[in-house]
Write a protein of this length. Sequence first.
Length: 117
Amino acid sequence: QVQLVESGGGLVQAGGSLRLSCAASGRTFSRLGMGWFRQAPGKEREFVARISWSGISTYASDSVKGRFTISRDNAKNTVYLQMNSLKPEDTAVYYCAARIQTTFDYWGQGTQVTVSS
């Protein structure tokens, strides 16, 4: 089992920045692929970004590419999502997820990000 706890959400004005953190426990963190997803009201959950277990490989969705950066610190069992140039359409609950192989099987409880115009 893997336990994930997100933090760092909040209210920010458009153009501002936030950094989300996700602390993992319960399994060797350095063996987990990690990702961030989000879900806006009335919409389906969507992929935001992912990072490999080593941190060498990252990928972000087109909607956030160039504005959001995913990173990890294996010594701290934590993955981050640095969000810059935030837009109102980035408003959502952001979820951290972990995978051992191809499927994200473990999820956090989510943290709310609200971007005001």
